[in-house]
Design a protein around this ligand. Structure first.
Ligand code: RAT
Ligand code: ZN
Length: 426
């Protein structure tokens, strides 16, 4: 029986394969809202990375290539991007088979763009990208990856970004913003000097006046960027309440502004910065964080909204339980070291089993435009499998489900629930 004949006879439950086919179709066709990336629109010029050399020098691949090399780190960092890409290509794709998730991603991108990965011809791939104009290439990538819009990561403490924002130019509506505030929270002893330089009357000591000026700073940037949320990456030892700058600034400045402006606060918790400083951006690691902090914030500030992702696999179960208890928590993504098919499968099942459709299974975290293609291609396959299994389970017990309902569910998972959460007011 095909899906349509089932629709004509709803009393009869659809078979597993019909359901899987319908879930696949809905997921293939859905227009994705990618709620956390590191890509930029054209206003930001060179901050937007794209093309084969940027793909190959992704920091995930830098960490991987160094495992096969005894080269001094300094020597690697002195090489040009093209030289680094050559080394990574030779080491991870020619001398070894590209079976890791990040190397596999490059293959997926090549294939999706109509290039032949079996040729293993880096020069011809380079020629292909050189022939592209960046604006047309953005269109091509968005079309190939089925992206409705992405959310950037916008840090006003990064001078090259700040300059662009100060021009107040209109951007590309397919790139929304997120106000990233890590420096404010984790580097206050130097960040306060920046705020002073920009005309905010702050001092290092966290006085009432300083909190009120931090709030003014946040509101000014919310006004300028119109961010969908404020965000910070926080370490495993992140704790609130506590008598330290991070916790005090969160409770006395971020929380009130987040509520007043109805701009949720996204906490990305569990990143251990520069475990190996010699690897630079590739040198961060992971640590288990304390779920009590998430629960404390959700409980103490029930009218505030929190987007949460945690980096440690060990935190996932308790995070799902926390979200069941607090509707002002919206879980998103399998972040960074979790974005591997085996782990995405496990976490997505766990979340679906306890939260139904009230979460966002994935974001891409793309740092290079082209990565939108592979990150979504790979994640979609896993999410499709999990969702089909869940439909099969209820169908077995006689639940009927229409194509429209499947489409509705899929839209929620790929951005609909995120948008609904943004609109809610508790
Ligand atoms: O996944 C990554 O690329 C990390 O380096 C981080 O950017 C992380 O996603 C973050 O947003 O801090
Ligand atoms: Zn990120």
């Amino acid at each position: 029986m095909n899906f349509h004949s089932y629709l004509a006879a709803p009393a009869c439950a659809p078979s597993e394969s019909v359901l899987a086919g319908a879930a696949k179709k809905a997921i293939d066709e859905v227009q994705i809202i990618d709620l956390h990336t590191h890509i930029f629109d054209l206003r930001f010029k060179n901050l937007l990375l794209w093309g084969i050399d940027d793909l190959l020098t992704y920091h995930y691949l830098i960490a991987e290539v160094m495992r096969f090399s005894d080269m001094h780190y300094e020597e690697f960092w002195k090489m040009s991007t093209k030289e680094q890409a050559d080394l990574i290509w030779k080491t991870l794709f020619i001398d070894n088979s590209p079976i890791s998730e990040a190397t596999r991603g490059v293959i997926t991108v090549l294939k999706s763009l109509g290039l032949d990965p079996s040729k293993r011809d880096l020069q011809s791939y380079r020629k292909f990208f050189q022939s592209k104009k960046v604006d047309e290439y953005i269109d091509l990538v968005f079309k190939t990856a089925h992206i409705k819009y992405v959310v950037m990561t916008n840090d006003p403490f990064v001078e090259d970004e700040r300059k662009v924002w100060l021009k107040d130019e209109a951007g590309d509506p397919r790139f929304k913003s997120a106000l990233r505030i890590d420096p404010l929270l984790v580097k206050w002893p130097s960040s306060y000097l920046k705020l002073k330089e920009w005309g905010y009357d702050v001092e290092e000591k966290l006085t009432e006046k300083t909190f009120s000026e931090i709030k003014r700073f946040l509101k000014d940037w919310i006004e300028r960027m119109k961010p969908l949320y404020m965000a910070a990456s926080l370490p495993p030892e992140f704790k609130v309440p506590a008598d330290n700058e991070t916790a005090l600034i969160i409770e006395n400045a971020i929380i009130p502004v987040s509520y007043e402006k109805n701009v949720p606060f996204a906490m990305m918790i569990g990143a251990k910065k520069l475990t190996n400083p010699q690897l630079k951006l590739a040198g961060d690691s992971v640590g288990k964080a304390d779920i009590n902090t998430v629960e404390y914030l959700a409980r103490m500030y029930p009218h505030n909204k929190f987007l949460i992702t945690m980096l440690s696999r060990e935190n996932q179960h308790e995070l799902v339980v926390a979200a069941r208890k607090f509707r002002n928590i919206h879980i998103f993504g399998c972040w960074w070291f979790l974005n591997n098919p085996s782990v995405v499968d496990e976490i997505t099942r766990e979340r679906m089993e306890m939260l139904g459709l009230s979460f966002t299974p994935q974001h891409s975290d793309a740092r290079v435009l082209d990565q939108l293609i592979y990150k979504w291609n790979h994640s979609k396959k896993v999410i499709e499998k999990v969702l089909s299994d869940k439909y099969a389970d209820i169908a077995e017990d006689g639940w009927t489900i229409s194509e429209e309902e499947i489409k509705r569910d899929v839209e929620k998972l790929f951005g609909g629930e995120f948008e609904a959460f943004l609109k809610r007011r508790f």
